[in-house]
Design a protein around this ligand. Structure first.
Ligand SMILES: [Zn+2]
Length: 133
């Protein structure tokens, strides 16, 4: 996944980091979206899901868009929930950060664990190939 930087389409000052996979033609930076992310989430399940460190929202415009959607419409679709968890799992696996320290809901934690295991397996496989003569 390649990270690209685009200028915020609203303030035209800050840059937004997106991946080529989720390329957005009207990217909006964290500062500009902050206000839209301040609404109340009534559904306790959604509230728990979206209760992730603010740093993650700063890092991912995709996570921000999911939260804004939830505030606007009061709920998320199954696909949006899964995509949200998957992005967090990818981010955590990439950083190798301990998921236990985050107060994430269990489904997300499991996905992080899976992503980390997959990463470790891949590393081992490369190492094993390196020893074959
Ligand atoms: Zn902006």
């Amino acid at each position: 996944m390649v990270q690209i930087k685009q200028k915020c389409s609203r303030c035209k000052v800050n840059y937004v980091t997106t991946s080529t996979r989720s390329r957005n033609f009207y990217p909006v930076c964290y500062e500009c979206e902050k206000k839209s992310m301040e609404g109340e989430i009534a559904d306790p399940e959604m509230k728990k899901l979206l209760d992730i460190p603010e740093e993650m929202y700063k890092e991912s415009s995709f996570l921000r868009s999911i939260k804004i959607n939830c505030i606007r419409y009061g709920k998320l679709s199954e696909n949006q929930i899964n995509a949200f968890k998957k992005i967090i799992a990818d981010m955590q696996a990439r950083k190798d950060a301990p998921a236990e320290e985050l107060k994430l809901e269990d489904g997300t934690k499991n996905l992080i664990q899976e992503a980390k295991t997959a990463k470790r397996k891949k590393k081992n496989r490369i190492r094993a190939l390196g020893t074959v003569r």
